[in-house]
Design a protein around this ligand. Structure first.
Ligand code: PLP
Length: 394
């Protein structure tokens, strides 16, 4: 038995099996490299499942910020406040649309807060919250009530959720909004749904529709923000501004941070007693997030995501791999739709055999989301392996 299998067996003995059998026991990681418990090295084009997405693993500036913060103040509970959470909130609101931030730990919690905020803000008998076909908004009861693919066994779902509205369909969303609608949740690029990019026309129509009907527009950017798609936030591709923006994963610089950002008009809706989270945005996690946001600004990572993303799309298109039906994405968030017969999971596992970490979205969509700091040679080498696996396997 290897250390790796020992670690995975030990995991199964004490950790609930909600993720199925773990496929890797990780020992350490640095930048875009990761080592398993047996010492095998991997090139990681999907660091931290998005959470390590800005800087890769253990960036020295983040390690420094976290270490210094750990020596100073780790946690205080949210009846108190401290400078790191204000710093992170400012770095988010300055690059988004002003307003105010509620801190929690995860994307699901951020969406839970946004769901409650929309109902409180809309008032006037409005309670319906709409989501789109193919969406993913997290696994709390509100999140799964908006996400039909993960509801089985958890019924009854939260009343007043209206799901399955076709994505990128102007007529469908126009028909779905009514006088009881409080909010519409949308991912400005659907990620778990297969890296689907809507049209600017659709997004602008949705914004106008929400304005005309007094409905809050909530952009779930747990995957797409910050910087990943070549803008600070993906809604900025479409020339619109949402009422609420939810973030998690990369905004914490690899540590757990979730945020629900309310535009100025809605900034005080979550008033005293309406919502809470004991250590959401605690100084330690906020320091990591603020360091990541600072790195994005200092190192021009928004533009780098855009530039590298264009290169990745060009290399993949030039490769012209027969089993690839479509290549989609923006910035360094890229998905490849494979032939119906190809299982994305097989491609992922074969890449892992060759020392490369990628991920799957749907059954036959593979996706890449490398660190925005990835070395260009590493990225080129990773793409070579990936393309070779696509050509030779299956
Ligand atoms: N929203 C989107 C768009 C996501 O992709 C995810 C997770 O992948 C979530 C919400 C839930 O985030 P978390 O796993 O941090 O709760």
């Amino acid at each position: 038995m290897t250390r790796q299998t020992e670690l995975i067996d030990a995991t199964e003995a004490v950790i609930v099996p909600n993720y199925g059998r773990h496929i890797l026991g990780v020992a350490r990681a640095s930048g875009s490299r990761l080592w398993d418990a047996d010492g095998k090295e991997y090139l990681d084009l999907f660091p931290g499942f998005g959470a390590g997405g800005v800087t890769g693993h253990c960036h020295p500036k983040i390690v420094e910020a976290v270490t210094a913060q750990a020596r100073t103040l780790i946690s205080h509970g949210n009846f108190f406040t401290s400078a790191p959470q204000v710093d992170l909130a400012r770095r988010i609101t300055d690059n988004a649309f002003g307003g105010k931030v509620f801190f929690c730990h995860s994307g699901a919690e951020a969406n839970e807060a946004a769901f409650k905020l929309a109902r409180l803000a809309a008032g006037d008998g409005r309670y319906k919250i709409i989501s789109f076909d193919g969406c993913f908004h997290g696994r709390t009861m509100a999140g799964l009530s908006l996400t039909p693919t993960i509801q089985e066994g958890f019924e009854p779902i939260v009343p007043g959720t209206v799901t399955g509205v076709p994505y990128n369909d102007i007529e469908a969303i126009t028909a779905a909004v009514d006088d009881e609608t409080a909010g519409v949740f949308i991912e400005p690029i659907q990620t778990e749904g297969g890296i689907l990019v809507p049209s600017a026309e659709f997004m602008q129509h949705l914004r106008t529709l929400c304005d005309d009907r007094g409905v809050l527009l909530i952009c779930d950017e747990v995957w797409t923000g910050p910087a990943r798609t070549g803008k600070w936030f993906a809604y900025q591709h479409y020339g619109i501004v949402p009422d609420v923006l939810t973030l998690a994963k990369a905004v914490g610089g690899s540590l757990p941070v979730g945020t629900c950002v309310a535009a100025p008009r809605w900034a005080d809706v979550l008033g005293p007693g309406t919502h809470g989270c004991t250590v959401g945005g605690n100084p330690l996690c906020a320091a990591a997030g603020a360091a990541a946001m600072k790195l994005i600004a200092d190192e021009g990572l928004v533009d780098r995501a855009e530039m590298l993303g264009r290169q990745v799309l060009a290399v993949l298109a030039d490769a012209d791999v027969p089993c690839v039906q479509e290549i989609r994405g923006k910035g360094l968030l890229v998905g490849l739709q494979l032939d119906e017969a190809r299982e994305a999971k097989d491609v992922m596992l074969q890449c892992m055999d060759r020392g490369l970490i990628i991920c799957i979205a749907k059954r036959n969509v593979v996706r890449l989301a490398p660190a925005l700091t990835i070395d260009e040679e590493d990225l080129a080498r990773g793409l070579d392996i990936f393309i070779d696996v696509l050509r030779t396997s299956g």
